[in-house]
Design a protein around this ligand. Structure first.
Ligand SMILES: CCCCCCCCCCCCCCCC(=O)SCCNC(=O)CCNC(=O)[C@H](O)C(C)(C)COP(=O)(O)OP(=O)(O)OC[C@H]1O[C@@H](n2cnc3c(N)ncnc32)[C@H](O)[C@@H]1OP(=O)(O)O
Length: 194
């Protein structure tokens, strides 16, 4: 049974946003937003190494292979890891708007157990925007992109500026990120593109 809390229902005057003209083209890999991100970064040995790809409209797809390091019960993916895969996929949607946003709320339905070595096929879409609030949903299937649903989620992301990270992140990592011109250029570009 699935039920979504009122906080995840867009208000009546929410709008369906348009894809940013400079958003990655459908089929294009989005790339990691941060090398050390547990969801998408190549620098995390036991991370998910999730690669999201732009879809049509306001959608993305992604794949994640469950590793032994991701177990909760013997031979099965930990639910928090599956939620992380959903969170990461949903977060990558904001690239299509060229907006930086963080997860405010995320609700997950766990429908089927997901064994180690399974490829989780994820797809996600933005459903509405209201001010800084971005509403979205995602589904994870097993056995192929059209296989049975194993997990699904609805989320509310909140748009933030780069200062959100600069003011709140541990100084060592912020300094390293600020010293990486590609990281700074990418983050700032999102701020000046409405
Ligand atoms: C050099 C450095 C480069 C850095 C380059 C970075 C690259 C890009 C990184 C992206 C990274 C993504 C990674 C994956 C996604 C994560 O995992 S993100 C990490 C997990 N999330 C967090 O840490 C967020 C923690 N929370 C917060 O910081 C603050 O609560 C927030 C979300 C920024 C909101 O605070 P705020 O800005 O003060 O906004 P606030 O006025 O409270 O709320 C705005 C609206 O949202 C609503 N709202 C806020 N929270 C909620 C909630 N939980 N439920 C319902 N409604 C809510 C409010 O009711 C309000 O609604 P309206 O009144 O406008 O109708």
């Amino acid at each position: 049974m699935s039920g979504t809390s009122a906080a995840l229902k867009p208000p009546a005057d929410a709008v369906r946003p348009v894809r940013h003209p400079e958003a990655p083209a459908p089929g294009e890999l989005l790339g990691a937003h941060y090398e050390h991100c547990f969801g998408c970064g190549e620098g995390q040995r036991h991370g998910l190494h999730l690669q999201a790809r732009a879809g049509d409209g306001l959608s993305v797809t992604a794949e994640f292979t469950v590793q032994a390091a991701h177990q909760g019960a013997p031979g099965l993916a930990h639910g928090g890891i599956l939620t992380t895969a959903l969170d990461e996929t949903l977060g990558s949607l904001n690239w299509l708007l060229r907006v930086i946003a963080v997860t405010g709320r995320l609700e997950t339905d766990f429908v089927r157990p997901v064994p180690v070595d399974t490829v989780l096929h994820l797809d996600a879409e933005i459903t509405a925007v209201h001010g800084r609030k971005i509403y979205s949903r995602a589904t994870g299937r097993i056995g192929g992109p059209d296989g049975p649903v194993a997990v699904r989620a609805e989320a509310l992301f909140i748009e933030v500026k780069v200062d959100h990270f600069i003011e709140n992140g541990r100084p060592a990592e912020i300094e390293a990120a600020m010293a990486d011109p590609d990281q700074v250029r990418r983050a700032r570009a999102f701020e000046v593109n409405p």
